[in-house]
Design a protein around this ligand. Structure first.
Ligand code: PLP
Length: 363
């Protein structure tokens, strides 16, 4: 099976085989990680190991804390405003909205304070705005954006410059697919189930000085200060998901680190975008060049509006060829190929072969 699912998504088989080998008897302890006390020294080694590998991979500076949380990136849409809004005299934050997920984050933040969208509305989320288009408030508590919009297939190719206002990034669908200068960010958030493991754990990398402004009505579980004070162990953490993330992080490290992941992501996505560009309009991608995602390639078949019959036929043919997860998100339709770190170049080539063959037979 070639797995193009948008998340939960493919995990490299070598990682799953290692988890399989260790599932009943982890490091001769006679029990599974699933059965281990989260307050034991053995689990502390797993948690600290994952933090250490992540710190090396992303070169995380000392003034940042790493948290492993529950509730998905969705819970963080609330945690961010609850923890940070009070840093602003007007209880206000700036948001950049480039797709479905950043729009959802706005809705949550509006429950707790003022939200200012810092650019003109983007028609159909077909591009990332330029830095010059931003009207930033120097008194905002933070500026929020989504580095890769999974549903729409829109990805930033630059880090927005927000001056002294901390930048909060949702990197759920492109974390660890490229080197990132962590010092440019106040907070980086990412659910694990696309690029760094299985569902259940959400990563938060938080600059220390942003902690301590939490609203008093914030649920304890979402309070960064408490989570940092308890080293992600305020309550029972998603221990197996943290273990699996640790294995994926080691796999990334052993396969060349972030530079190698970045090169591979460009090659894979270019293969698909070239097939689209060279199809004489049979395939079309609504996203402008320069904003096209390396992780989620979205396209329509037979014109920009898409022909749903042909698109369904493509999905059926892809399934018959053992390719799964290519149906576009229900809100936008069309086709979406998610090319996260674990998807190989060869697998991507299979998709491109199908695209070319399908075009020959249907155009
Ligand atoms: N942000 C992005 C960019 C996503 O792709 C997703 C899920 O697909 C989410 C947030 C929500 O994540 P979760 O379902 O883990 O809450």
């Amino acid at each position: 099976i070639i797995n193009f699912n948008p998340g939960p998504a493919k995990i490299d088989p070598s990682v799953l085989l290692r988890a399989q080998a260790e599932i009943l008897n982890f490091q001769q302890l006679g029990i599974s990680v699933m059965e281990m006390s989260h307050r034991s020294a053995d689990f502390a080694k797993i948690l600290n190991g994952a933090k250490a590998t992540l710190t090396q991979l992303l070169n995380i500076p000392e003034n940042y804390k790493i948290l492993f949380l529950q509730g998905g990136a969705t819970a963080q849409f609330s945690a961010v405003p609850l923890n940070l809004l009070q840093r602003s005299p007007n209880c206000s934050a700036d948001y950049i909205v480039t797709g479905t997920w950043s729009a959802k984050a706005v809705k949550e933040a509006q429950k707790y304070g003022k939200v200012h969208i810092v650019h003109q509305p983007l028609e159909k989320y077909s591009r990332v705005p330029e830095q010059e288009e931003f009207d930033l408030d120097p008194e905002a508590a933070y500026v929020y954006y989504c580095d890769n919009e999974t549903v729409n297939g829109v990805e930033f190719s630059y880090v927005p410059d927000t001056g002294n206002v901390p930048l909060v990034a949702d990197m759920s669908s492109n974390i660890l697919s490229k080197p990132v200068d962590v010092s440019k960010f106040g907070i980086i958030l990412a659910g694990a189930q696309k690029n760094i493991g299985c569902a259940g754990v959400t990563l938060a990398i938080i600059r220390e000085d942003l902690v301590g402004y939490c609203m008093k009505q914030c649920p304890t579980i979402l309070d960064y200060k408490i989570q940092i004070g308890m080293d992600s162990l305020y309550n029972t953490p998603p221990s197996y998901s943290i273990y699996l993330m640790g294995l994926v992080l080691e796999w990334i490290q052993n396969t060349g680190g972030l530079l190698s992941m970045a090169k591979k992501c460009v090659l894979k996505s270019q293969l698909v975008y070239s097939a689209i560009n060279e199809s004489n309009g049979f395939y079309s991608c609504a996203i402008e060049d320069g904003s096209r995602s390396r992780m989620n390639v979205t396209f329509r078949i037979d014109g920009p509006a898409g022909d749903s019959e042909l698109e369904n036929a493509f999905i059926e043919e892809s399934k018959a060829a053992n390719m799964i997860g290519l149906k576009g998100h229900r809100s936008v339709g069309g086709i979406r190929a998610s090319l996260y770190n674990a998807v190989t170049l060869e697998e991507t080539q299979f998709l491109v072969n199908l695209m070319m063959d399908f075009q020959r037979r249907h155009s």
